[in-house]
Write a protein that binds this ligand. Structure first.
Ligand code: SF4
Length: 222
């Protein structure tokens, strides 16, 4: 019993440290009219991009080639949010253009949409060196801009691709295997986590679960 309590306290501590590291209490609320999903704020994506500028707010600017802001329909009902740019994305300045991107394009088509009809972004906008995982401070510093993009687009559904996206958006440290396929709420916007296409390239046997998640999205989109 004592062991269980200790484990629980340890888990709680880890979670609280995670939240602190994420700077949750500083998430931008301005313009996030999430309980009114149909209403968009006065700002545009172009303005958010301008505000981001040639961002040197945190350390990834030293090693990136380009900022990968995101692309797609400003009025998209479905938004895909991945982890961060890789090599191809860093070179081209566009999200999901490498092999994983080609798979994402197929996933998007599976819900009868095109890349131009949805919006695609990442948790961080600059490529981490050697494609390492994004660090908490990097996520934290880039997060306000993603939240502003979400605020402008006001999608009906966000499909969170992979661990970092799902954990950041849902403010949890629960594993993606436990999160995926379920429906969550982000200030009135439905969030469905699923596996990252890069993970699917390494584990093609998990594709079936992603197709199941996409079926849910189709149902929700009506
Ligand atoms: S990852 Fe985001 S916060 Fe960091 S330098 Fe790039 S754009 Fe700026």
């Amino acid at each position: 019993m004592d062991e269980n309590i200790n484990e629980l306290i340890s888990d709680l501590k880890t979670y609280l440290e995670y939240l602190k590291g994420m700077g949750i209490d500083t998430l931008p609320a301005s313009g996030m009219k999430a309980d009114e999903p149909g209403q968009s704020t006065m700002i545009t994506l172009e303005e958010v991009r301008k505000e981001l500028g040639d961002c040197k707010r945190w350390k990834l600017h030293r090693t990136r080639k380009t900022i990968v802001f995101g692309e797609g329909n400003e009025k998209a009902t479905l938004m895909f949010i991945g982890e961060g740019p890789g090599y191809d994305e860093d070179v081209q300045g566009r999200p999901f253009v490498g092999k994983a991107g080609q798979l994402l394009t197929k996933i998007i088509q599976s819900v009868n949409l095109s890349r131009e009809e949805v919006y695609i972004a990442n948790i961080i906008k600059c490529r981490p060196p050697q494609n390492r995982n994004p660090e908490l401070d990097e996520i934290q510093n880039c997060h306000p801009f993603l939240m502003k993009q979400i605020s402008v687009i006001q999608p009906k559904i966000i499909c969170a691709l992979g661990t970092f996206s799902a954990q950041t958006l849902l403010k949890t440290d629960t594993k993606i295997t436990a999160l995926r396929g379920k429906l969550y709420d982000l200030e009135g916007i439905k969030v469905i986590p699923t596996y990252h296409p890069a993970f699917l390239l390494r584990n093609p046997e998990r594709k079936r679960e992603v197709w199941e998640d996409m079926k849910k999205i189709v149902e929700l989109l009506g």
